[in-house]
Design a protein around this ligand. Structure first.
Ligand code: PLP
Length: 442
């Protein structure tokens, strides 16, 4: 078959949507797989290369999801595949908890250097975003010996009990699992499209951050503030410049840790290695996962030596920092630094400009926002009332799927565009063409 030819300009090819093979697998899934997953359309992958994926019935799609912002170097990047295969012949697992291996050390060294070249730091490696958040949570409590934490409304930090307690993006995540952890205070995020204070951008001087100040003024038992530089699951919400800087200033004033969750927006996706670097701040703890290892499971927590000073036995994981994930991460970082971050910035800016040209044509597009390849489009009933139109959002995503473009939702009624950082201009144009044709029809 013609799929995956080198240098070929691919096109979506839809010939047999929801065909026999797809139906068979989805039927089997309904018997054996947890029903807690949320699939919007019937896509069953057979193989993938770059931004292109083929399903089990031979349809070809352009993937603008990157497996929920994970495949930073595209599907099966040849250099990632090569290092994983090479490592497979050496050893697959030994556990960094009880033994040493150089790959874990090399990756930790690289991540520490990315965090700071001035201050020595250490890294804890695990398997996922939620595990990394749990580790950061424990580290903050251990280091400060304080009980409370601040997080933001609309935040998503994961689904295990600690990270779930910090999350507040969708009710469905939390309800039915109470009691959640005590001592988490949620404050409004700088979501200027839906400002809790009914203020306009920049005029308010960040009342949401003033709220943090107000809490810290009267409560000296707060260990940390957890923040996403751009909210991911919460709807791809981009705070105006100055938000993080003010938050950093206030947390520093009160000696409270600033924990930056770069799980979705980090690893080059927004045009910098870490999104907080746009504001030239230094967090106390940085949390990573998703795009760090091009699809291999890996999470990481980075903190200066003075903070990551817990004693042996205080925290560990059997699988964390698996050698296959480590080689994939080292190669991913190399590819990001060699040009993919620049590409994310470049094509992300192009896409955002093009989306902004569309906004004015369709009153149901309430807002378009983003940085690099993390772009959100919010779908509403009308541009003034801003009531979220979930049904319309889902219809747009469904119709794009039918034309060969894979998208995901986020927030209540937003569409997220989070392609791999290897995206080429013509692929951005295909996404735009399909989206425009669907918007026109709707
Ligand atoms: C910002 C952020 N933090 C944490 C998580 C949790 O990561 P994981 O699903 O790997 O546990 C996610 C996942 O979407 C995320 O976007």
């Amino acid at each position: 078959m013609m799929f995956f030819k080198k240098e070929e300009r691919m096109k979506p090819k839809i010939k047999n949507l929801n065909g026999v093979n797809t139906k068979k697998i989805i039927n089997k899934d309904s018997f054996f797989v947890s029903p807690s997953y949320t699939r919007l359309y019937p896509f069953v992958i057979k193989k993938g290369k770059g931004l292109w994926v083929e399903d089990v019935d031979g349809n070809i799609f352009l993937d603008f999801t990157a497996g929920i912002a994970v495949n930073s170097t595209g599907h099966c990047h040849p250099e990632i595949v090569k290092v994983i295969k090479k490592q497979l012949d050496k050893f697959i697992h030994m556990s960094g908890t009880d033994f040493y291996y150089d790959l874990q050390i090399e990756l930790s060294k690289k991540l520490s250097q990315l965090y700071s070249i001035k201050e020595r730091s250490k890294v804890f490696l695990c398997n996922s975003g939620t595990e990394a958040i749990e580790a950061a949570f424990k580290l903050a409590r251990y280091y400060t010996a304080k009980k409370r934490n601040i997080a933001f409304e609309g935040a998503f930090h994961g689904r295990t009990m600690g990270s779930l307690s910090l999350s507040k993006s969708k009710d469905v995540h939390r309800y039915g699992f109470e009691p959640l952890l005590e001592g988490i205070i949620h404050v409004p995020y700088a979501n200027c499209y839906r400002c809790k204070y009914e203020e306009t951008v920049y005029r308010c001087g960040f009342k949401c951050v003033d709220k943090v100040n107000e809490i810290l003024e009267s409560d000296n038992d707060v260990a940390a503030v957890f923040v996403e530089p751009i909210q991911g699951e919460g709807g791809y919400i981009v705070p105006p410049f100055g938000f993080l800087r003010k938050l950093r200033k206030i947390t520093s004033n009160y000696d409270v840790l600033l924990i930056v969750d770069e799980i979705q927006c980090g690893m080059g996706r927004t045009g910098r290695m870490f999104t907080y670097q746009y504001e030239d701040i230094k967090p106390d703890i940085v949390v990573l996962a998703k795009g760090i290892a091009s699809g291999m499971p890996l999470g990481a927590v980075i903190a200066p030596d003075r903070i990551m000073s817990w004693a042996p036995g205080k925290h560990a994981t059997t699988f964390g920092g698996n050698p296959l994930s480590c080689v994939a991460a080292l190669k991913t970082i190399e590819l990001l630094e060699k040009g993919l971050i620049h590409n994310a910035d470049n094509i992300g800016t192009y896409l955002l400009c093009k989306f902004n040209e569309i906004v004015y044509k369709y009153p149901f597009i309430g807002d378009v926002r983003g940085r690099g390849l993390m772009i959100g489009m919010e779908i509403v009933d009308d541009p003034y009332a801003k009531r979220e139109n979930v049904v319309l959002r889902d219809r747009i995503i469904q119709k794009c799927f039918e034309r060969g473009l894979l998208l995901l939702g986020c927030g209540k009624s937003s569409i997220r565009f989070s392609p791999s950082l290897t995206i080429k201009h013509y692929e951005a144009d295909i996404c735009l063409d399909i989206l425009k044709s669907v918007l026109k029809e709707i």
